[in-house]
Ligand binder design. Structure first.
Ligand code: SF4
Length: 140
C-alpha cells in the first residue's frame, strides 16, 4: 500500500511529467488525425458591378474611308502610281498596256468600289481607275 509520504516522494521524479501531460488538454488523442476546421466563407461579393475592361478600339482605317494615295507621295512616284491609268508614263513604265487599271489588278481590294485598299499602300486607298508599275492582271 502506498502511503501518502511515499506518494509525495515519487511524485516529483516519475509522476510530474506524466501528471502534467495527463492533465494537459493539448495532448493529441489517439486515432485519425483531426479534420481541419472549415475555412471561413468567402468574402461577400460586392453588389456594385466592376467596370468592364477597356476593349480595344478598331483601327482607325476601319472607322471610316481610307485616305487616297497622293500621286506626289514618294512611294507612289517610285511605282508610277496615277489615279487615272490613261495618264500612266508609258515611256518610263514599259509594262503598261491599255486597259490595265487598279480595278482589274490582282492586288486591288476595293471590289467594284471607286476606290479601295492596295497592299502596296497600306492604310490608304487607290482609285479603281488608277495604275502603277506593280500591276498584276487579275485572274479568276
Ligand atoms: Fe493599282 Fe495594282 Fe498598282 Fe495597287 S498594285 S496601285 S491595285 S495597279
Amino acid at each position: 500500500m502506498t502511503t501518502r509520504r511515499r506518494f509525495i516522494e515519487i511524485l516529483p521524479i516519475a509522476g510530474s511529467a506524466a501528471w502534467l501531460s495527463a492533465c494537459s488538454k493539448e495532448t493529441p488523442a489517439p486515432g485519425p488525425a483531426p479534420t481541419p476546421a472549415p475555412s471561413p466563407s468567402p468574402a461577400p461579393v460586392s453588389a456594385t458591378p466592376m467596370p468592364a475592361a477597356a476593349t480595344p478600339s478598331p483601327p482607325a482605317a476601319a472607322a471610316g474611308p481610307l485616305t487616297m494615295v497622293d500621286e506626289k507621295d514618294p512611294a507612289a512616284q517610285s511605282l508610277g502610281y496615277v489615279s487615272d491609268a490613261k495618264r500612266s508614263d508609258a515611256a518610263r513604265f514599259k509594262n503598261y498596256a491599255s486597259g490595265q487599271a487598279c480595278n482589274n489588278c490582282q492586288l486591288y481590294g476595293g471590289g467594284t468600289a471607286a476606290s479601295g485598299p492596295c497592299p502596296l499602300f497600306a492604310g490608304r486607298a487607290v482609285a479603281s481607275s488608277g495604275w502603277c508599275s506593280a500591276y498584276v492582271k487579275k485572274t479568276g
